[in-house]
Design a protein around this ligand. Structure first.
Ligand code: UD1
Length: 466
């Protein structure tokens, strides 16, 4: 019989015998160990040319990993991107007793039949907000979960009121104590839930909890992102009954139990889009392979508008930038609109276009922090509130710059690839959260980029590139 007992350090602990269970993070990289101060050294000027293979979608992977804890049977997940965020979520899962076996770099087997702890510690949430997906997953399966309240973020305020509203609508008691969100329910009952804002995270969290609630749930004004659909498909492959994912209205019939499954994660829309814009900015010719072109439509449309050629085939998209880039206007929107996660990359491209462009950020209020860095490379950009007014410059020049967050970091690398001279990008730990082998993939397209760890390595790079 499973029993819940309280442990001061680890919070609630699930225990079969009533004796105290211990946290099992052993053998993993210490959470407190700092990251090495690695940098990217880039010599710009080479057009990117060739083919690049896109990995599994990071944001789908985070939801699917969390959902894999909802069955006691073994789950096999393929096309898992090997990036920092997925590694940290796996560590968070292992800390509560989930067994994760790595079959190869992109395949894991997960067994969550011996979860002994329903508390996700602070360190994990600090490193990766999506650890809070374990809230919906564990609430669904065990009717209880405690997760540290995610803190602030470099791209602005990120409230979780819609997640809480959804859990409460399902009958859970949700309270915040000592920095933890504590959610528990005698019984989870399906309900009609209208989300006040279109939120990927809230849609995912509520969908997971509702998948194992009693009765029917309807989520209205749901997020339609490809990774929301991928999670629904994964849950359905485990025996859930979810319809309508990818539309505004998701209908879920709760089931009592989920079973094991084998599942392949979809390709990463944002990784693909980043390479597509890298082709545009460097006046290159790049084919992104292993993608779903439909997921890239808003990105392809903007590339066409600024004068690139875009060729789609079944599972690849080729971007050729033969002409000078033209200007355009962009507003970030929930899917199928232009993704906020592609906003810095398009700004880097428009910074080198002819004419004036206006980019409006409608999802996160603080997502233009990288503009100061881009200005140091020669961009003419004025930010007013959530709008950037961009007067195209003739060129960027290399500079020492710092990645403020994941996507802006990747965008600054692209700017460096187009710039005259050498750029050094600091804080690449942000970029590595979501891009696997970023510099290696860029090298394979002809970019002059290396990861350097010391001043000596940087000097060596400079000598090499001349
Ligand atoms: C997810 C993505 C992130 C992407 C974002 C928008 C993951 C792991 N992350 O983040 O890469 O940039 O979608 O596409 O998939 N909001 C509320 N209350 C809530 C929740 C959200 O007001 O309870 C607001 C947010 O402040 C934001 C908007 O809703 O303005 C969208 O946020 P949301 O879709 O929830 O983003 P995340 O799921 O955090």
């Amino acid at each position: 019989m499973l029993k819940l007992c309280r442990n001061r350090r680890h919070g609630w602990i699930l225990n079969r015998s009533g004796s105290r269970a211990v946290c099992a993070v052993s053998g993993q990289e210490s959470l407190n160990r700092g990251y090495a101060m690695e940098q990217y050294a880039i010599k710009g000027g080479n057009p990117l040319v060739g083919e690049v293979e896109i990995g599994g979608a990071k944001n789908a992977a985070l939801a699917i990993l969390a959902a894999a804890t909802m069955t006691d049977e073994t789950v096999l997940i393929e096309n898992l991107p090997d990036v920092r965020d997925t590694k940290v979520l796996i560590q968070a899962m292992e800390s509560i007793g989930v067994i994760v076996n790595r079959i190869d770099r992109h395949t894991v087997k997960i067994n969550a039949s011996h979860i002994h702890d329903l508390t996700i510690e602070d360190d994990y949430i600090k490193k990766i907000r999506a650890s809070y997906y374990l809230l919906g997953a564990l609430l669904g399966k065990y009717r209880k979960a405690e997760v540290s309240l995610p803190g602030g973020c470099n791209i602005g305020l990120r409230p979780i009121d819609q997640h809480i509203k959804g859990f409460r609508a399902l009958g859970a008691n949700v309270r915040i104590e000592h920095g933890l969100i504590i959610t528990e329910a005698e019984e989870l009952r399906g309900n009609h839930i209208y989300l006040d804002v279109v939120s990927v995270g809230a849609t995912i969290n509520v969908m997971m909890a509702a998948a194992m609630a009693t009765g029917k749930t309807t989520i209205e004004n749901a997020a339609k992102e490809p990774h929301v659909v991928d999670l629904a498909n994964f849950l359905n492959s485990m025996g859930a009954d979810i319809k309508g994912a990818g539309t505004d209205v998701i209908r879920i019939k709760g089931v009592a139990k989920l079973h094991g499954s084998e599942y392949t994660i979809i390709p990463d829309q944002i990784e693909a889009g980043t390479f597509m814009f890298a082709a545009a900015v460097t006046k290159g010719d790049v084919t992104v392979k292993n993608v779903i072109p439909k997921h890239l439509e808003s990105i392809s449309a903007k590339l066409l508008e600024i004068g690139c050629e875009v060729e789609e085939s079944d599972d690849a998209v080729r971007v050729v930038a033969a002409k000078p880039l033209g200007h355009t206007h962009v507003k970030t929107l929930p899917y199928p609109g232009f993704p906020t996660d592609m906003q810095p990359q398009i700004v880097v491209a428009l910074g080198l276009s002819t004419g004036t462009s206006i980019v409006t950020e409608s999802i996160f209020e603080n997502r233009f922090k990288y503009v100061d860095e881009l200005t140091r490379m020669g961009a003419n950009i004025k930010v007013e509130g959530n709008t950037a007014i961009i007067d195209g410059a003739e060129r960027y020049t290399g500079a020492s710059i710092t990645a403020p967050d994941l996507r802006a970091g990747a965008a600054l690398v692209i700017a460096g690839l187009a710039a005259e001279g050498v750029s050094v990008v600091d804080d690449i730990k942000f970029i590595e959260r979501g891009y696997e082998d970023f510099h290696i993939k860029l090298q394979s397209l002809g970019a002059q980029i290396d990861k350097v760890n010391t001043e000596r390595e940087l000097q060596k790079f400079k000598l090499k590139v001349g």
